[in-house]
Each structure stands twice: as C-alpha cells, then as structure tokens.
Design a protein around this ligand. Structure first.
Ligand code: AMP
Ligand code: GLY
Length: 431
C-alpha cells in the first residue's frame, strides 16, 4: 500500500531527491531508493564512483555549498547521510528553503557532535550510561589519570572525531600516552575531553526512524569497530557489520525499549528538539542492563549497508513521509533474510591510508558492493580514502550471507587492502 506513494511523488510537487554524503552508507541509501524507481531526478552530494550509477553527483559537501546548490532546484526530498553537515545545520538551512529533509536540526545533532552535551542530556533524563567527567585542560586530565585507580579508563574527545576520538586505556601508562598524544590537537580542550567508566558487555547498534515523538525499530545490527581482532587494535569508523542480531533475548529488547528508547525519544520531545530522521544508539549490554555508549543522529556506517538491503519496504515513501514528520506505520515488517558487510580498507588505515590503488571488481550475482571512497580516472576505479568498499553478502541466514561476502572479496582485485576475516563469525546466533 505505502509503495503506491512512490508513484505519486512527481505529482506531489517534488523536483528531485538529494542524498548528502559520499560513502557506502549513502550508496546503500540510494540503492534502497533506486528499488522504488522514483520518477524524479536523483542527486548525490558529493557522491562517489559507485554512486554515479544511481544518481547525478554534484561536487558540493559543506552545508553552505549544499544549501546554495539546492536554492533554485524546486522542492527536494533530502536525506542527510553523515554527521558533519548535520552538525553544521544543513537540515535547518534546507528546511528554511522549503525542502523536505530527513535529518535532525543542528540543536538535536549536538547529541552526536558534543559528547558532553549527550552525557548531560542522559544524566538529566536518567538514561543509563557510564559515569563520566569532563576536562578542559590536559593538566587537569593528567592529574585525574595520575590519581585514578580504576582501569581500564575510557578517554573520549567530546567533539566529532570520525569514530577515532575514543581510546580505552588499559592502564595508567596508556592513559598518559593518550593525554600526551592529544596535547597538541588544536582546540581539543575547548569542547573538552571526557574520562569515562569502562563498561563491560556486548555492543549492539540500535537504529530507529523517528519524528521526535514516535519511533519504529530497524533491525538490530552489530558493528566491528576495531581494525582487527587483536586486543589493542585501534578503533576505526567500522570494519564490518551484520544484521539482524539474533542473540538478544526478548526481555533484553524490552529493556532497550523501556529503559533507553522510550525515555530518549520522550526527552527529545520534552526538550523540543526538531528531530526527523534516524537515531542510532550505540549500546553496551551490561550485567546491569543496557547502557548508552553514544548517540549518533544518522545511520551507522557500515550498519546501513546491512540494514537497508534486508528491509523490504518502499524506502522513498518512508523518507518522504518522515521528512514531513510522519511515520508510515507503527512498526516495520520483519527483515527479510540476513546481510553481512565486510569493509575493504586501504593500507595504512586508520592512521595514514595509502590512496590511489587501482581496484577491479568482478561483479558476482546476488551480493552487493557499496562504494565507500572511490573515484574514476578514465575507466579505472581508484581507491580514494581509508574505507574503500563495503562488500555485502545476502542470504536467508547469516552464515550464507557471510560466506557470500567473503566469496565476493575473492573476486576483487585491490592490492594491499586490509579487511577483517572474522565478521559475523563470533555472533552466537545459535545460542
Ligand atoms: P563511541 O564513539 O563513544 O561509541 O566509542 C567508540 C567505541 O569505544 C565504542 O563502540 C566502544 O567499543 C568503545 N567505548 C566507548 N565508550 C565506552 C565505555 N564507556 N566502555 C567501554 N567501551 C567504550
Ligand atoms: N559504525 C559506527 C558509526 O557509524 O558511527
């Protein structure tokens, strides 16, 4: 029924669809939209070489440039992928121009762009999260580390850091190393550095679509944040993911709903934040119940690459409604099958990725390959960043999807790439 809405889009005074961003997440969002075959132009800003197949790529990426480009385009449906433009207020700017925008206001985006703001918000509304302290000078943080007795200790940059501003320090020496490393970082202490209790448990990524009053659950996903499985491996933007997560008990899902999601959405509503979009809550399932690690005001990457392909819904219609403040249904259907995404990254990622490698893809039937950082030079596909491809296997169950993803990787030529070979292997879904 809701699918019929997509056919109505051209009549509803819609001049086009714009997806903001340039990664595999945005490629997956566009793939979801393309299945609906909307009869309006589709744009991506700035997009990448894979996205070019699904949208007209426009070379703009800051909030101001995007708003300038969108000014005379008629009424657009805009879906904002990454956090940076949201933190710059792109959703407010585009809404003021009359566009229909999926993405929270700048004020609401602070739930992600300032971890200190998010922690205060959680404390104010009694939402379970690790205990924390904020420091505005390296000297004070150093004193705290010297006097600390509880290890590990989590150190977090309060401002946006592309998923790389968090270190779990196992002992005092490691924590001091982080303090020294971060000492030279420009203006870091203006926003501050958080020292936080280390939570123990299993992580899960919870995504909901919300209009700031109601929400619907998307399938649960699990992300692999570390570069590899070694204990001190660095945090990355995410090296792989799978969905759905089958190891959570019904009771645990209920706790997430009762203790986290409902109170969070109620608090967003009470604080009058304009929120139309995706809320992604990073949770740790601890012995004391679920606790919030972080809020993200957008889809996770690579979680999107496994969530969108298994949701058989008319994405365009959902985005169109959500941009106007509505959810089409009170719940989403169950996912269809399972998906596993393995990220292929350039050598040197996350520290200093070596760019410019030639990538050759031999497309195999059934799976999906979302581009994370690619561009085309003549007819060649070139790796243009750290995370380059998200290789997605699909199947009726996770094991089939996992095997398909790794089979696809074998058919990709990308010298010196790095990828994890344990994505979705330790998932305990049979328990
Ligand atoms: P964040 O950006 O806050 O989600 O942190 C990135 C990653 O660091 C999380 O996905 C966790 O793996 C880890 N992390 C963050 N906060 C904590 C915490 N309080 N206890 C344990 N691990 C944490
Ligand atoms: N996968 C983690 C993130 O998108 O922040």
């Amino acid at each position: 029924m809701t699918g019929d809405l997509v056919g109505l889009l051209p009549q509803s005074n819609l001049a086009g669809i714009l997806v903001i961003g340039q990664g595999a997440r945005e490629h997956a969002i566009l793939w979801g939209i393309s299945k609906d075959a909307p009869r309006v132009p589709v744009y991506a800003a700035p997009g990448n070489a894979g996205i070019e197949d699904l949208a007209v790529c426009v070379p703009v990426s800051t909030a101001v440039d995007i708003a300038r480009w969108a000014e005379n385009k008629g009424r657009l449906l805009v879906i904002v992928g990454p956090e940076d433009p949201l933190a710059q207020g792109v959703a407010d700017m585009l809404r003021r121009q009359g566009h229909v925008v999926v993405g929270p206001s700048r004020q609401a985006a602070r739930l992600e762009s300032s971890k200190a703001f998010a922690k205060e918000f959680m404390n104010r509304h009694h939402i379970p999260t690790a205990s924390w302290r904020l420091f505005h000078s390296p000297e004070k943080l150093r004193d705290f580390v010297m006097s600390g007795t509880k290890w590990p200790l989590v150190l977090k940059q309060s401002r946006l850091a592309q998923g790389k501003g968090v270190v779990v320090a196992q002992n005092r020496d490691e924590a001091l190393e982080v303090v020294a490393d971060w000492n030279g970082v420009d203006h870091l202490y203006d926003d501050g550095v958080i020292a936080e209790e280390c939570l123990v448990g299993r992580e899960v990524s919870v995504h909901v679509l919300t209009n700031g009053e109601e929400y619907v659950w998307l399938p649960l996903a699990q992300d692999y944040k570390r570069l590899n499985a070694r204990p001190n491996s660095p945090n990355t933007g995410g090296m792989g993911a799978y969905a759905p997560v089958n190891w959570l008990k019904v009771q645990e899902r209920k706790e997430i709903d009762d203790e986290i999601l409902r109170p969070v959405i109620r608090a967003i509503n009470e604080e009058r934040m304009l929120y139309r979009g995706i809320l992604y809550v990073g949770l740790m399932m601890t012995g004391k119940g679920p606790q919030v690690l972080e809020f993200n005001v957008r889809f996770g990457d690579p979680e999107t690459e496994v969530i969108i392909p298994i949701m058989d819904i008319p994405w365009t219609a959902w985005w169109w409604a959500l941009g106007q403040g509505y959810l089409l249904e009170t719940a989403l259907p169950d996912p269809r099958g399972a998906a596993v995404a393995v990220v292929m990254a350039s050598e040197g990622y996350p520290r200093v990725p070596v760019k410019g490698q030639i990538v050759e893809i031999d497309p195999s039937p059934g799976g999906l390959i979302f581009h994370a950082a690619t561009h085309r030079e003549k007819d060649r596909l070139i790796a243009a960043g750290g995370r380059v491809l998200a290789v997605v296997g699909l199947g009726s169950e996770l094991e089939i999807a996992r095997k398909q993803s790794y089979r696809q990787i074998q058919a990709i030529s990308f010298p010196q790439s790095q990828y994890r070979n344990d994505i979705a292997r330790d998932r305990r879904d049979s328990e």
